[in-house]
Write a protein that binds this ligand. Sequence first.
Ligand code: SF4
Length: 234
Amino acid sequence: MVVDMDRCTGCQACVVACQAENNIPINTETIFLQRRVIEWIWVERYWEGEYPHVRARYIPLLCQQCDNAPCEPVCPVYATYHNDQGLNVQVYNRCVGTRYCANNCPYHARFFNFWQPVWPETLRHHLNPDVTVRWRGIMEKCTFCIQRIRRVQREAARDGRTLQDGDITPACAQACPTDALVFGDILDPQSRVAQLAKNKRAYKVIEDLGTGPNVIYLKKVDPYAPAADHDHKH
Ligand code: SF4
């Protein structure tokens, strides 16, 4: 996935879409105060400058689907591993809730179900039947909407066609009104993500830890930054 920070307006449409698509329980104020929210994607906001010259910066964060995922070797029951498509997946019915993976994830991208998930009566029938509801005691995280990946793969196999770039869109990317999130196969040199990854604004979050993240960020083009600080002058 590629995240263009220059396009992100911090609207949080991706966060809401992910919650709805993936049957994530509603995070109430109480849960926020207890620091036990579950958000597979979240938008961090940073303020720069002093009033009245204040600017907000936004960065959407999610599981980075690391090549060398630190969450994997610490799981005593192999509940998290790499699948053959390079996804870091979580097997819910193997998870015994040690939370070692969450402690070893430098991106804080894993979330533990401290309570049984509940939804208001009016939303009970809105759950996505393609996504497992996780029980108390289970670890969870972004899957890149694996249910959507599987559905498109099945349909392509049924129709006897090969997958094209853009066929698979996770809920967050679909909901983003500014096209800040782009999903695709980085190994396909013609794909949009592969093209965007060549941009000189591209970087990966704390990649110096050796995690090999697979989410690529394009840094913000800041027209107010000193000339030496930004490499794009439009
Ligand atoms: S971001 Fe965290 S949870 Fe995701 S693969 Fe990397 S270490 Fe694992």
